[in-house]
Design a protein around this ligand. Structure first.
Ligand code: NDP
Ligand code: OXD
Length: 311
């Protein structure tokens, strides 16, 4: 049988952690790290963030592309050849990080952290009525691996949960909506809206003025999907008009967010630099090795992307 040869293309310090993990857990795999590709004809698997069109010619025997993240939108913008399967990251560690972030962000909105921060800056002691989670409807757009894990935790915390997906889902104690017809009734009950959609041609720019208008007055946003989901100008208008009370953003149209961008200083925005959930080699390599074994046995890998759906 031909040896599985895996090429990693990422930061050199991360490549060393990958190499050690491969050596410990799968010494049978020929692990190589960019730019030391060796004979390019050997490379059957590649793990990377960004695809470059020249790779198709450069690696003539490439069989599968492993995304180093859960999202794969960077590939549809980079013309990855149709015949190449893409496998994305599905990993408990990544999911746990996202659940923690969404919990923090929903809690911060629920307990009106942004409003109190503004009062604090004005040195104003302004208590507001407290509501408990059971009185707060929270909606999650995207009920996949990450969205459904987040909604489960929010449910455990007692929030009134609702979710929206492309196809219909049935999750106990969660009001589930789907497709274009399900979007307006989903939105008009969301006091806190969390976006955990993948970025596809259908979801690009989905959080725009039209969508934001359908949220109840005073609603708040958490965007942990992709910056391309959100029309930032429309968000700023909704915050400035008072229709939205605040936004917690982890992802941006342009990353890093350019200096001077109004989101840096907006009083109703809390932001983090795309760290809601980060792929850590120890977790991700476990999944990649499991998938390499599946592929070598002729089985389907977990996290295989449906190229037609775009996620
Ligand atoms: P999944 O593919 O498991 O789930 C995607 C969900 O979105 C599914 O429920 C799917 O519906 C739904 N969906 C897709 N297209 C549409 C549409 N047009 N209309 C309505 N619903 C739609 O993805 P994950 O949960 O693993 O990840 C989601 C995203 O989170 C990633 O693509 C990435 O962009 C982002 N992410 C962000 C990170 C960060 O640090 N900020 C870290 C990791 C991921 P259906 O159930 O019907 O298929
Ligand atoms: C991912 C990310 O998609 O980190 O994994 O955003």
């Amino acid at each position: 049988m031909r040896r599985a040869t895996f090429l990693f293309r990422g930061k050199p310090e991360v490549a060393e952690r990958w190499r050690n993990l491969f050596q410990t857990h799968a010494p049978e795999v020929d692990f190589r790290a960019w730019p030391d590709t060796g004979d390019v004809k050997d490379i059957r698997y590649i793990g990377l963030w960004d695809w470059e069109p020249s790779f198709e010619r450069h690696f003539p025997n490439l069989e599968v592309v492993f995304s180093l993240g859960a999202g794969i939108d960077q590939f549809w913008k980079a013309d990855l050849p149709e015949h190449l399967p893409i496998v994305r990251v599905i990993d408990d560690d990544l999911t746990q990080q996202m659940v923690e972030y969404v919990t923090f962000a929903v809690m911060a909105h629920h307990r009106e952290l942004i409003t109190y921060q503004t009062s604090r800056e004005a040195q104003a002691w302004q208590p507001r009525p407290v509501r408990t989670a059971g009185e707060r409807p929270v909606g999650v757009m995207g009920l996949g691996v990450l969205g459904s894990a987040a909604v489960e935790r929010l449910k455990q915390l007692g929030f009134q949960c609702r979710g929206w997906s492309r196809t219909s889902r049935d999750i106990p104690e969660v009001a589930c909506y789907s497709g274009a017809v399900g979007l307006p009734p989903f939105l008009n009950g969301c006091e806190i809206l969390v976006c955990l959609l993948p970025l596809t041609p259908e979801t690009e720019g989905i959080i725009n003025a039209r969508l934001l208008r359908q949220l109840p007055p005073g609603a708040a946003l958490v965007n942990v999907g992709r910056g391309g989901h959100l029309v930032e100008r429309d968000l700023l208008d909704a915050l400035d008009s008072g229709h939205l009370s605040g936004a917690i953003l982890d992802v941006f149209e342009s990353e890093p967010l350019p200096p001077g961008h109004p989101l840096w200083t907006h009083p109703k925005v809390l932001m983090t630099p795309h760290v809601a959930s980060t792929t850590r080699p120890e977790g991700v390599v476990r999944g990649v090795l499991e998938n390499l074994r599946r592929l070598e046995r002729g089985e389907h890998p977990l996290g295989l992307v449906d190229r037609k759906r775009g996620y």
